[in-house]
Ligand binder design. Structure first.
Ligand code: GRF
Length: 215
């Protein structure tokens, strides 16, 4: 069984999708620890629901980004995780953190990268009149939302729909795609070699993979 650590900041709906997939055996791994940088968030209740160990490490308690990131590493490294998953973790990470976990650190970002790194991606896609929007799962490096992309999931924007509805549709894609990618990584079908993602033939994914979702 592979060992996973999940970092969250909020609702934790992706955490729940991942935890379910671990529970059913679709992901051959166990979530050893959930870390939130925010206390009292719904994601911590979800961790409890799945009987997962969780810790709150509040970034405000540290003098610098580097010190906070070191506090995270102090919790993460003794676990010797195979994979560290950012699931709505709303902190920029220092290069020491991303370098230390290089090849083991993944993120899901709600846009079709390289479009819209950072925040407010849904609003920007609507305001720019984009026809498509989506999610990207990528390995994390020191560049914000800039690491090698593993896969993308896309949908067609309905201009008559609200931002809230779009966010809801994006979440549906996330909950389908993220556990599937994590399962393939846990099975050794996806790895990072240098700055290239390597896909074994058994993987559900491959170079420049993008799936269209009718959600
Ligand atoms: C997701 O949309 C994810 O792409 C982004 O933050 C959101 C987290 O949602 N990074 P949740 O906390 O998993 O519900």
């Amino acid at each position: 069984m592979k060992k996973i650590v999940v970092l969250i900041s909020g609702s934790g709906s992706n955490l729940e999708a991942i935890a379910k997939a671990c529970q059913t055996g679709n992901i051959p791994a166990t979530i050893e620890l959930v870390i939130s940088n925010q206390p009292n968030v719904k994601g911590l209740d979800r961790a409890k629901k799945f009987h997962l160990m969780s810790k709150v490490i509040e970034h405000q308690q540290y003098n610098s980004r580097e010190e906070f990131d070191q506090a995270l590493l102090d919790q993460i490294l003794p676990i010797e995780p195979d994979l560290v998953i950012l699931a709505g973790f709303m902190r920029i990470l220092s290069s020491n953190f991303t370098d230390t976990l290089s090849g083991k650190l993944i993120n899901i970002h709600p846009s079709l990268l390289p479009d819209y790194p950072g925040l407010n991606t849904h609003k920007q896609a609507i305001e720019n009149g984009d026809l498509m929007h989506g999610v990207s799962v990528h390995y994390v490096n020191s560049e914000l939302d800039g690491g090698p992309i593993i896969t993308q999931g896309a949908l067609k924007i309905d201009p008559s729909q609200s931002e809230a509805k779009l966010i809801n549709r994006i979440h549906k894609i996330e909950h389908a795609v993220y556990p599937k990618v994590i399962a393939d990584i846990a099975k050794g079908y996806i790895t990072l070699k240098g700055d290239q993602v390597k896909f074994e033939s058994d993987s559900n994914f491959g170079p420049n993979h993008m799936e269209f979702f009718n959600v």
